[in-house]
Design a protein around this ligand. Structure first.
Ligand code: TYD
Length: 342
């Protein structure tokens, strides 16, 4: 079949394309991406070498453009990764989050219905459930998002539910944990800290670093999404988690260790997320596991390989870190003084 992968030039979208090209030799991919700040052609240079991959630059909100691609490419399924994803950016300004994560999703759902696409997967996040101080979220847990970012993702999920209920649009939602791996834009905990430590710059640990995240290697996440697409049921939601829960402070120390950097490079800062900083995420993923998926990548190995990848791929991340937009975000969010030395 031909898949339309939206957000293909981002972190998880590009990993998903790699996964499909490797595991489904009969499939072709049309990759679509708006190439906003976090989508990079350098991320998909390897994909572009495949005769089974083609690229289109467009926004998912551009219903006419997406519709044309779907019709001319005889697309049977859409997997939507296109999203604004960084909590900290949503604290500064949420307009792009609402445009892409809510309006963009509703436009894609209209394309699915209008063009008779057989299935859509909406790639969502555990953050829509809000914090889990105890226990685990199931797919039936209430949506209690705490940040403008997670609220926009929850609103996108609700659009999917409403289109399924109202029109029978065949959409599946996946909710993944915190992903790590190669090609992650250097603004998230692991990717940001890795590139800063590689440059001997301090890393800003929010508060006491006691918050817990459920970490998943990006290829395990990609495999989970693919399992939901091929074996899941329209209208259903699937959590994609690993039970690999780690505190931010623990992750930070492992990164220092892997890169042989001193503890003095940790700078604990006042928590910029304030009351919206979710203390823990944790999901029950038995529903997806019952379809045959399970995570394959051991966290210690995955993290070691990921850090080695950043070490070897300065040519990928350094041009991003040198962009004025990137430096302006870091200076604006972390305040004056974060630039060269926290
Ligand atoms: P992040 O990678 O932004 O993912 P999310 O907010 O979606 O979970 O953050 C993961 C955790 O790391 C979160 O508890 C905030 C913390 N964090 C820091 O302590 N310092 C940082 O510079 C960043 C980006 C995150």
């Amino acid at each position: 079949m031909t898949l339309l992968v939206t957000g293909c030039a981002g972190f998880i979208g590009s990993a998903y394309c790699r996964y499909v090209l490797k595991h489904h030799p009969e499939d072709a991919i049309i990759g679509l991406d708006a190439l906003t700040y976090s989508g990079n052609l350098s991320t998909i240079a390897d994909l572009q070498e495949s005769s089974r991959f083609s690229f289109v630059q467009a926004r998912i909100e551009d219903e006419a453009a997406v519709s044309d691609v779907v019709k001319s490419g005889s697309v049977s399924a859409i997997v939507n990764f296109a999203a604004e994803t960084h909590n900290d950016r949503s604290i500064l300004e949420d307009a792009d989050f609402l445009t892409t994560n809510v309006i963009g999703v509703s436009k894609l759902l209209k394309v699915v219905r209008g063009c008779g696409v057989q299935k859509m997967v909406q790639v969502s996040t555990d953050e829509v459930y809000g914090a889990a101080p105890h226990g685990k979220f199931t797919e039936d847990s209430p949506l209690l998002p705490n940040t403008p970012y997670s609220a926009s993702k929850a609103a996108g999920d609700l659009q999917c539910r409403a289109h399924f209920k109202t029109f029978g649009t065949p959409v599946i939602i996946t909710r993944g944990g915190n992903s790590y791996g190669p090609f992650q834009y250097p603004e998230k905990l692991i990717s940001f800290f890795a590139v800063r430590l590689l440059q001997d710059k301090k890393v800003p640990l929010y508060g006491d670093g006691s918050q817990v995240r459920e970490w998943i290697h990006v290829m395990d996440h990609a495999a989970g999404i693919d399992c939901a697409l091929r074996s899941g049921t329209p209208g259903e939601i699937y959590n994609i988690g690993t039970e690999n829960e780690r505190k931010n402070s623990e992750i930070t120390r492992v990164l220092l260790d892997l890169l042989s950097k001193p503890e003095s490079l940790i700078k604990q800062i006042e928590d910029p997320r304030k009351g919206a900083h979710d203390v823990r995420y944790s999901m029950d993923s038995s529903k997806l596991r019952s379809l045959g998926w399970k995570p394959q990548v051991d966290f210690d190995r995955g993290l070691r390989e990921t850090i080695a990848w950043y070490d070897e791929h300065e040519s990928w991340w350094k041009p991003i870190c040198d962009r004025p937009e990137y430096q302006q975000f870091v200076a604006r969010f972390y305040g004056p003084g974060l630039g060269e030395d926290l």
